[in-house]
Write a protein that binds this ligand. Structure first.
Ligand code: C5P
Length: 476
């Protein structure tokens, strides 16, 4: 592609770009590429990570007794009502939340609801005799691993940028010895105002991280633009990313596409052809790849599972939908096709429900072949992922069939598993797999012991990381 030079970028944007790229460990050019790709794909811009040192690993662990603690400062804007949902989301990540409400925030949410949801006292006053006898604002600033401000109003941002400390929230922010994550929310005119831009740049330069704001409709009727607070789940995910101890992230910088679940092939508006796939294995791989630092897109057929945290999930029904969404997710570095895609669909889908009419002949369903997503992606010339992995679910001659499949589909690896009814793999918790890897014309087979689907996922991700020269022990 032709190279692109952008002249006359204003200094504020240049400063932001330099900071973003430094925070994400990329060159400025690469950062611009990522931003353009996200923008063109319609994905929200990724939360910027604070450059501050992560909390000491011993202070936290992901789910254990040393649960991470967050001081959540709720600013006074209409988005404050979402702070209550945010508390719930943070608790889903097993994060302890202690709330501080500005005076203006109490116009929108009550300290009582914040404390009921967080299970801790909610604080509002700088000069509160109950907490200030032991310098409460200092404690609130330090007795946590992260200070989160949601919504961060224009006023709070201005106070922070100028070092004001005339109420409890701003005093905590000034006294903070911890990373700070802001989720701004304000009217688009306020967000684009030169004063707010200056403050935002200043705060970025001070090492403060942002999630959002997003583009969208405002509470004020008929107004739209950039200024909407990021959704609570997005803020909770960004918080978790900042808090998570620096585990090895061998797939950092890699984009991984995964398919999972069955497909539903419609017969008529109420009936469909399906299979018994639960999607558990594909979902477990998505979670493992995300934990390994990859940017993960999961294209899933209909399943009964919750979306894995931190993964972009695209829900589809049929094989054709799935192919379409897989193609839309390209380019990726690694593609793992764990979905049990229906081989056939009904040639002519009934527009109305097929009727059982007394005396009439039983309907005959003519089938046509579905696109083979794995083979289609494996054969791409330009956008082929560097590593394409398929699954072979077989009920007999497992290895021989899997070897044949590896060649026929043109992928690089196959994870072969025996899905005959006696194994209980379909819908079950465990899996016994063999990993077939192609080395020129040679195929190596590694047989793994019986494992849970989560363990299979971790092993597979570890093998992928090795293939890219990064053992699980190596960081990013
Ligand atoms: O169904 P089959 O045994 O051919 O599936 C093998 C692999 O091919 C799996 O990885 C599956 O996800 C993929 N596949 C696909 N599109 C199809 C059929 C299978 O991507 N139409």
């Amino acid at each position: 592609m032709a190279s692109l030079t952008v002249r006359k970028l204003d200094d504020a944007i240049k400063a932001q770009l330099r900071l973003r790229s430094a925070q994400n460990g990329r060159s400025v050019e690469e950062e611009v590429r990522v931003i353009l790709r996200e923008y063109l794909d319609g994905r929200p811009l990724a939360a910027r990570q604070p450059p501050l040192e992560a909390p000491a690993p011993e202070a936290l662990n992901e789910r254990g007794a040393n649960r991470a603690r967050v001081t959540l400062i709720v600013g006074g804007g209409i988005a404050a009502y979402k702070a209550l949902e945010l508390i719930r989301r943070l608790k889903e990540w097993d994060i302890r939340v202690r709330c501080v409400l500005t005076k203006a925030a109490t116009q929108f949410v009550t300290p009582l609801s914040a404390s009921a949801l967080s299970g801790e006292r909610a604080y509002t006053d700088l000069f509160d005799p109950d907490s200030e006898f032991d310098a409460g604002h200092i404690r609130l600033a330090r007795d946590c691993e992260l200070i989160l401000v949601a919504p961060a109003t224009a006023d709070l941002m201005s106070k922070m940028a100028h070092g004001a400390a005339d109420d409890l929230a701003s005093a905590i922010l000034l006294a903070a010895g911890r990373p700070i994550l802001l989720a701004p929310a304000m009217n688009p005119m306020m967000w684009s105002n030169a004063a707010t831009r200056r403050n935002a740049v200043q705060l970025l330069q001070d090492g403060i991280a942002f999630v959002g704001p997003n583009a969208g409709e405002m509470a004020e009727s008929g107004e739209a633009g950039v200024g909407r607070m990021a959704e609570p789940s997005e803020i909770a995910d960004a918080t978790e990313r900042v808090l998570r101890p620096r585990a090895p992230r061998p797939l950092f910088g890699k984009r991984v596409l995964i398919t999972a679940g069955p497909t539903h092939e419609p017969i008529d508006p109420v009936r469909y052809i399906a299979n018994r796939s639960s999607g558990k294995q594909g979902f477990a791989i998505a979670a493992a790849a995300e934990a390994a630092g990859a940017e993960v897109v999961l294209v899933s057929g209909p399943v009964e599972l919750d979306d894995p945290k931190g993964v972009s999930v695209v829900h589809v029904e049929s094989a054709r939908d799935m192919l379409h969404k897989v193609e839309a997710a390209l380019p990726v570095d690694i593609a793992i096709f764990a979905a049990a895609v229906a081989d056939w669909r009904v040639a002519r889908e009934g527009e109305q429900k097929l009727k059982k009419t007394a005396g009439a002949a039983t309907p005959q369903l003519a089938l046509v072949e579905n696109p083979d997503i794995l083979a289609t992606i494996s054969r791409l010339r330009e956008r082929r992922p560097a590593l394409v992995i398929g699954f072979a679910a077989e009920t007999e001659h497992l290895i021989d069939n899997a070897k044949a499949k590896l060649k026929r589909k043109g992928c690089d690896w196959i994870v072969a598993n025996d899905v005959s009814t006696a194994t209980g793999v379909m819908g079950g918790e465990r899996n016994t797999v063999h990993l077939l890897t192609r080395h020129g014309s040679d195929i190596k087979v590694a047989s793994w012991p019986v494992m849970t689907k989560e363990q299979v996922a971790l092993e597979l991700v570890a093998e992928v990381a090795k293939r890219f020269g990064k053992g699980v022990g190596s960081g990013s």
